[in-house]
Design a protein around this ligand. Structure first.
Ligand code: ASP
Ligand code: MG
Length: 513
């Protein structure tokens, strides 16, 4: 069997769900289990409703609920037609009235607890999965709606609960395997789960990917497909750098590193269950079926690129903690780490000396009280609006000169580096720069480490330049397997221009100038 997960934008409307039904239909023989997110933006709207209600503005929260209700009923009607829709509406309405009661209760007590928040947010995935299951059935797919809360068992860390695999495995097998043996297609909501006692929990924002991987691991899937609205994982954020391209193959370790350091495509925890059981993960585009997306596996073939990708994580702060004079140095680091531990905070990059420590954290994740507590033992300063740039690639292991070329490139971009880190595993080089320097630094690094592909491109480009001809470039430079090659040619020639400007281009193997 395989797991197919569709994100919010892949189920955002009736047309989108229509596409999903086609995609799932094409995989019918492989026994798919389908996991869906809430329709795009719905979880954010539920959060907004919760805020409004718990601050006493009940009417505003009910107003938001009405528009949510209309959106779901509309999509159901478009997908199912009046008659079939009439059968689903009572189920949906039950959820809407439960939600309304909850919001009224919130407005009365004026407090939204983490436990209440999990209950509130669970409606998004419940509603979308019910609609998708019926939409499949109407299109001849033998779908069966499955309540994820009866399959995924977690601890009680509300808003970011952790799966309990043995129980999840047992319950999922019991619920889902009989359906698969009857050739049915189970459809379930991602992100939502429950404790062993049945209290609703969620896996944290963006957690539907994680659900898909947990279900895949619980049922020993042959593969996990994450269907989204981009062409897989990219060499960098295409909004920062239009020359970014899809990564065809990447290893679990590299992908996990990228997800952790800011690549938005995958939830950072997604890969853990897959790694554990060595299940390949594919990131695919539900709007472009011809694209092959990204394949994530334990091992990958050698790639000519030095790095697999470059990410940038913004919204980061540097915290500097320097032991106050006169305080015994002995035990200083231990006190700092203990303070971090008491506030359950994790740090990204750390630089340590005997009497000082600098670390980075997500600015919005700095707990109240942490810095005040540290001020008892040290001088503390905090700098916001920083970013971590991270270059990831397993092939850098044991190769000299790579850090030098990263930092030379950054120097050429006239960007100042605040902190540097390269772990002993040598899978990434990360450093901290000012947030406002990110676009410049990333573009420059991408130009340097991911030059436009192929000698024919550069050769033809130079000949055309010499002859003063137009810029249309073809040949094996076009890496789009999907007809995107033509569209990309203008971009690629731009990239080629910058490559040809680089000294290193002249000595690149195969660059036959
Ligand atoms: N709907 C949830 C969220 O928006 C989970 C997900 O989409 O993965 O965070
Ligand atoms: Mg997502």
């Amino acid at each position: 069997m395989i797991v197919m997960k569709f994100g919010g934008t892949s189920v955002e409307s009736s047309e989108a769900i229509e596409r999903v039904a086609k995609i799932v239909g094409s995989r019918r023989k492989q026994s798919p289990v389908v996991v869906v997110s809430a329709m795009a933006k719905v979880t954010d709207q539920l959060v907004a409703m919760g805020h409004k209600a718990s601050s006493g503005d009940c009417e505003a929260s009910i107003g938001l609920l009405q528009s949510l209700r209309e959106r779901h009923l509309q999509a159901a009607l478009e997908l199912l037609g009046a008659k079939k829709c009439a059968a689903l509406v009572p189920k949906l309405e039950t959820h809407f009235s439960e939600l309304e009661n909850f919001l009224r209760g919130l407005a009365a007590v004026r407090e939204l607890t983490p436990r209440g928040s999990d209950y509130l947010l669970s409606f998004g995935e419940l509603l979308s999965s019910l609609i998708v299951a019926d939409a499949f059935a109407v299109r001849g797919l033998n779908a069966a709606w499955v309540d994820s809360r009866e399959c995924l068992v977690t601890d009680d860390k509300h808003t970011r609960a952790l799966p309990q695999m043995p129980q999840t495995r047992e319950r999922s097998k019991k619920k889902i395997s009989p359906l698969l043996s009857k050739k049915r297609i189970p459809v379930m909501g991602g992100f939502i789960a429950s404790t062993a006692d049945g209290v609703p929990t969620t896996l944290g924002r963006g957690g539907s990917d994680y659900s898909a991987a947990i279900i895949g691991a619980a049922l020993d899937a042959a593969r996990i497909e994450i269907w989204t609205d981009v062409e897989g994982m990219m060499t960098t954020d295409p909004r920062l750098c239009p020359d970014a391209r899809t990564i065809e193959r990447i290893s679990f370790n590299e992908a996990a590193e990228l997800a952790y350091f800011g690549a938005k495509v995958l939830h950072p925890a997604t890969l853990l269950p897959a790694i554990h059981q060595n299940i390949p993960v594919y990131v695919l585009n539900s709007r472009n079926l011809r694209s092959t997306g990204t394949q994530i596996t334990a091992r990958t073939p050698h790639s000519p690129d030095t790095f697999r990708a470059i990410t940038a994580k913004t919204g980061v702060s540097i915290v500097n903690v320097v032991a106050s004079r006169g305080i015994m140095v002995h035990g200083f680091l231990r006190s700092v780490f203990e303070a971090l531990d008491r506030h359950s905070t994790s740090v990204d990059i750390v630089a340590i000396s005997e009497v000082s420590m600098s670390f980075t954290m997500e600015t919005k994740g700095i707990p109240k009280g942490l810095l005040t507590e540290m001020e008892q033992i040290a001088d503390v300063t905090c700098e916001d609006q920083q970013a971590i740039i991270c270059l990831v690639g397993e092939d850098i292991h044991g190769k000299p000169g790579i850090a030098a070329s990263v930092f030379n490139t950054i120097a050429e971009a006239e960007v100042n580096i605040r902190m540097i880190s390269q772990g002993a595993s040598e899978i990434n080089i990360s450093f901290v720069v000012k947030e406002s320097d990110v676009p410049r630094a990333v573009r420059r690094l991408h130009e340097h480490f991911f030059p436009a592909k192929g000698p024919a491109l550069s050769l033809q480009k130079t000949q055309e330049q010499r002859q003063g001809r137009g810029t249309r470039v073809n040949g094996n430079a076009s890496h789009g397997k999907n007809g995107a090659g033509k569209k990309k040619s203008a971009r690629e020639s731009k990239a080629a221009k910058s490559v040809l400007g680089e000294k290193s281009a002249a000595i690149r193997p195969g660059l036959n100038l």
